[in-house]
Design a protein around this ligand. Structure first.
Ligand SMILES: [Zn+2]
Length: 258
């Protein structure tokens, strides 16, 4: 079988999962079930038929509008679907036919849901991060290069280090900077990636977070509080570590030797 065919099949599989992630992003913050009822137009309540619910394609065929009332459908839907499809292909390119591939599909799916919910509501729901810690710890047994101890230490270091940063920030400024959600998210990433990932992820997230966040804060003249959610930057850091961690580490070690 040609590899291109496999990549296309994985991309399509990813968009179908992405379609489900859209439902999670909409419903989890509202405390609704992600299983039932079936998808409906939020405007007119019209049930969406299966052939109108094909990832990306339906959005294009319907020209981004509900077939019933014509209300515009958010571009977020095809975006999340294609993003998930691309990430699934990327994970497969990185790990190939290993158990690590489905394990990290699960991981990136959780990161996608957390990122968009955090962008919308500035919360990271416990219903994803807390089971995510357990699932990460259990599934990592299928990944030969991360031991259960690496994973356990990752949970402790991930949870502990951000808790410490949040505590120091709170003592210094008297404000709540980082939410408890970020702490649980980093613990989840520690479970899936091992303790070695925790500091690089925090470093990357803080770096990109300040590059993006500081100009935004100046622009909006906010009071310097961390009004921008940190979760998406942590998620991005986890993703970069997952896909390029080894290369970055080797580059960094080579850099140190010079
Ligand atoms: Zn409608």
């Amino acid at each position: 079988m040609s590899p291109v065919f496999i990549y296309i099949a994985i991309f399509i599989f990813g968009t179908i999962i992405g379609s489900f992630l859209n439902v999670c992003i909409c419903r989890i913050p509202a405390g609704q079930s992600v299983i039932s009822p079936a998808s409906r137009c939020p405007q007119c309540g019209r049930a969406i038929a299966w052939y109108q619910n094909i990832p990306i394609i339906s959005f294009l065929l319907l020209r981004g509008r509900c077939a019933g009332c014509g209300v515009a459908i958010s571009r977020r839907y095809p975006l999340v679907e294609s993003l998930t499809g691309m990430l699934f292909v990327w994970v497969f390119l990185r790990f190939g036919l290993e158990w690590a591939t489905p394990v990290y599909w699960l991981f990136v799916a959780a990161l996608v849901v957390i990122t968009f919910i955090d962008l919308d509501h500035q919360i990271i729901p416990d219903v994803i991060s807390l089971p995510g810690i357990v699932v990460g710890f259990l599934t990592i047994l299928l990944v030969p290069w991360i031991s259960w101890l690496d994973s356990l230490l990752g949970i402790l270091l991930g949870g502990g280090s951000l808790w410490l940063v949040a505590e120091v920030y709170h003592r210094l400024t008297g404000q709540e900077g980082m939410g408890g959600g970020d702490i649980k998210l980093l613990a989840m990433m520690g479970a899936f990636l091992g303790w070695q990932a925790v500091l690089p992820v925090i470093f990357f997230a803080s770096l990109v977070g300040s590059l993006v966040g500081v100009p935004l804060m100046l622009l909006k003249r906010a009071d310097g509080k961390l009004a921008i959610p940190f979760g998406p930057f942590l998620a991005l850091g986890g993703l970069v570590y997952l896909l390029w961690g080894q290369q970055l580490l080797m580059w960094y070690m080579g850099f140190l030797r010079e």
